[in-house]
Design a protein around this ligand. Structure first.
Ligand SMILES: NC(=O)c1ccc[n+]([C@@H]2O[C@H](COP(=O)([O-])OP(=O)(O)OC[C@H]3O[C@@H](n4cnc5c(N)ncnc54)[C@H](OP(=O)(O)O)[C@@H]3O)[C@@H](O)[C@H]2O)c1
Length: 315
């Protein structure tokens, strides 16, 4: 039985797990006012790795309902794309490479799938790293966690390197399970990488500490594990020593964010720059909204700052 009601005004969907809790529910209406679009957002909650039929039902509904214009997909990016592949008339290059879709939109009568993380994670990175930083230093990038967003960031750098040498010369990736490292390695093996990369199986936070402690000065340590939001704790222990003059980036902006507290405890002594996932969140949503409503939304400059400010006011 179809539980979806045809939209009576332009509607974008958020396909996630606990969508009502997300800041976007408050931010979206304010952004729509700003863009002058009369549209609403509706959450669709599935449990992680839900039945394929449920994903198909939701995506088929969006495909055939005229005022349902598209969706942003979080946790179910891979499962949903896999279950609904034949429903899409077109898929972007990254969606095909990664086998996932975080953006569902319409182009005329066609339904399109895109993977936006390789773009949005890069925009978020560039927002706080100084221009030319990687060209001018031998700092490394340490990615704690080899999941989807970590892989996406490496793909952003692969693409950036086609027109710039401002990418890390060395990346170190760790993961709790070996499988994710192998998946990442498999995708990397199909590409020409502009950096050297080491993959480390690190089942415990103490294993991650060893790699944090051995980073050269100025390196960037990223918590891409979800620990501190999706799960308790942090991927490193309190004994980890962040690199002098380095950077610490937590991919999330809500939750306990223990990793950020650990970095803050050393901020003065190690002269650290610390960043959370708020700007990543803004880019993540605005890139999909631009696709769904076919509007131009800048990725920097005064208009982007206004869009960010509107979102901040709802925090
Ligand atoms: N701010 C934003 O807008 C934004 C955007 C994208 C992502 N994020 C956040 O970033 C986090 C990661 O996202 P994702 O899509 O990449 O998730 P994901 O695919 O679930 O990846 C997380 C990875 O971290 C690994 N991990 C967990 N604990 C670890 C530890 N102690 N040491 C090393 N690796 C560990 C997991 O390994 P196993 O294989 O062992 O589970 C998994 O491979 C999520 O919390 C997400 O919400 C935020």
């Amino acid at each position: 039985m179809n539980k979806y009601t045809p939209a009576d005004k332009k509607t974008m969907y958020f396909i996630g797990v606990t969508t009502k809790k997300s800041s976007i529910m408050k931010v979206f209406p304010r952004w729509m006012d700003y863009f002058g679009i009369d549209a609403q957002i509706k959450g669709i909650d599935f449990i992680p790795h839900d039945e394929a039929e449920k994903y198909r039902e939701a995506v088929s509904f969006i495909k055939h309902d005229p005022l349902s214009l598209g969706a942003l997909v979080t946790t179910h990016k891979i499962d949903c794309y896999r279950a609904c592949r034949d429903l899409f008339e077109g898929s972007g290059e990254y969606a095909q490479l990664l086998g996932e879709a975080s953006s569902i939109s319409k182009r005329g009568t066609e339904l399109w799938a895109h993977a936006k993380d390789p773009i949005t994670s890069g925009l978020a990175l560039e927002a706080f790293m100084p221009n030319g930083y990687w060209t001018n230093t031998d700092a490394n990038m340490l990615l704690l966690g080899a999941g989807g967003s970590s892989l996406a960031l490496t793909l952003y750098l692969v693409n950036k390197a086609k027109h710039s040498d401002d990418v890390p010369k060395k990346i170190v990736v760790t993961n709790r399970s070996e499988g994710r490292l192998k998946e990442m390695q498999h995708i990397h093996s199909m590409l020409k990488l502009p950096f050297t990369i080491e993959y480390h199986h690190c089942p415990t936070p103490s294993d991650n500490d060893v790699l944090v402690n051995s980073l050269p000065e100025g390196s960037l340590v990223i918590n891409a594990t979800g620990l501190g939001k999706d799960g308790p704790g942090s991927p490193v222990t309190d004994a980890a020593i962040f690199p002098k003059n380095g950077y610490a980036w937590e991919f999330n902006y809500r939750g306990e964010l223990v990793f950020m507290d650990q970095a803050r405890a050393q901020q003065k002594a190690r002269n650290l720059t610390i960043e959370d996932g708020w700007v990543y969140f803004i880019h993540g949503w605005t890139r999909v909204i631009a696709e769904v409503f076919h509007i131009d939304i800048p990725t920097e400059g005064p208009e982007f700052d206004t869009i960010s400010q509107i979102a901040k006011e709802t925090r």
